[in-house]
Write a protein that binds this ligand. Structure first.
Ligand code: ATP
Ligand code: MG
Length: 295
């Protein structure tokens, strides 16, 4: 979609910046966190004054946060603090619930300019293509492995079999699943293990070539080996994609993320390079959380 086609939207000019390449796949928190402090990264998403309420229940309050491009940003905080609400606000998924009120701006880089996804006239199908989502429980459709991966491209009008096959292979490679499924693409997705199903869901999200991938506790239902595979995958994907991950596992946040944001009672308490957040947080409440004193 061109900027002109999106004309009702507020367009904020971007200041060109030299962006250094993303770091190698983080093996350790210290490497990922340190890399973040050493480089200047253009945000892919800018959140300003974002407030979400479910009727009279507050979800998140006046959040300002930049999500650096081609990086992993982890959202941490105790249960009910608004992590999922914030994540869903990034592709307007909260609107699937009745009675949700959202205020503020989510500025997503779109055709080279930041555009507020809450402005009138935004194409939600196009938005969710650019800002994809992976959920806590793998949720493959009751279809074959192949049909799961090509679901997005088909939905967006691709019908040529060769193009679909190419898209499926590319996405399955990116999701580190190709070798395990290449000989059974027509088997039902439900026959895969939980960890494979989650990588299939990641492949399905990748197949529409998003810019941003939102992941809400993507390994919460997986065993340690499958979790390790997804974490390795995040390191690789962050070279090409902007990833936002909710996790209750601080070690996971430390292993996979470059930036960490700590939420408490619907507020963003602190956001900083992960290494700094884990070792030298500014706010006492963050310190209490990362040292396990509460939550
Ligand atoms: N669909 C909904 N309808 C009504 N209230 C909701 C809804 N989703 C979340 N809330 C409320 O919004 C607040 C933030 O919830 P949210 O699910 O964003 O927290 P969370 O940090 O993701 O928690 P958890 O770690 O348990 O997943 C809570 O008070 C919650 O009860
Ligand atoms: Mg949640």
């Amino acid at each position: 979609m061109t900027a002109e086609a999106m004309s009702p939207l507020k367009i904020v000019p971007m200041v060109p910046k030299v962006v250094s390449p993303a770091p190698e796949a983080p093996e350790m928190a210290t490497l990922a966190g340190q890399a973040e402090t050493d480089r200047e990264v253009e945000p892919a998403v800018r959140v300003r004054g974002l407030t979400v309420a479910y009727g009279s229940t507050p979800g998140i309050k006046s959040i300002d946060l930049d999500l650096p491009e081609r990086s992993v940003t982890a959202l941490i905080g105790p249960s009910g603090c608004g992590k999922s609400t914030f994540l869903r606000a990034l592709n307007r998924m909260n609107e699937l619930f009745q009675g949700v009120a959202t205020a503020g701006e989510v500025l997503v880089r779109w055709d080279g300019q930041f555009q507020n996804i809450y402005a009138p006239g935004v194409d939600l199908v196009e938005l969710r293509k650019r800002v994809g989502m992976v959920f806590q429980r793998p949720n493959p459709f009751p279809k074959s492995i192949f049909e799961n991966v090509v679901y997005g491209p088909r939905h967006h009008g691709v019908s040529n079999r060769a193009l679909l096959a190419e898209a499926a292979e590319e996405a399955l490679h990116q999701a580190a699943l190709w070798d395990e499924v290449k000989d059974k693409l027509n088997a039902p997705a439900a026959a895969l293990s939980g960890g494979q199903q989650q990588r299939l869901c990641i492949a399905r999200a990748l197949a529409v070539r998003p810019d941003v991938i939102l992941m809400d506790e993507p390994t919460a239902s997986l065993d340690p080996i499958s979790t390790g595979k997804i974490e390795d995958l995040l390191g690789k994907l962050s070279k090409d994609y902007t990833i936002v991950i909710v996790t209750h596992n601080l070690q996971q946040a430390a292993r996979v993320s470059h930036k960490t944001a700590f939420f408490l009672n619907g507020e963003l308490i602190e956001a900083a390079p992960t290494l700094q957040m884990m070792t030298n947080p500014r706010d006492r409440r963050t310190e209490n959380y990362v040292t396990g004193r509460f939550g």
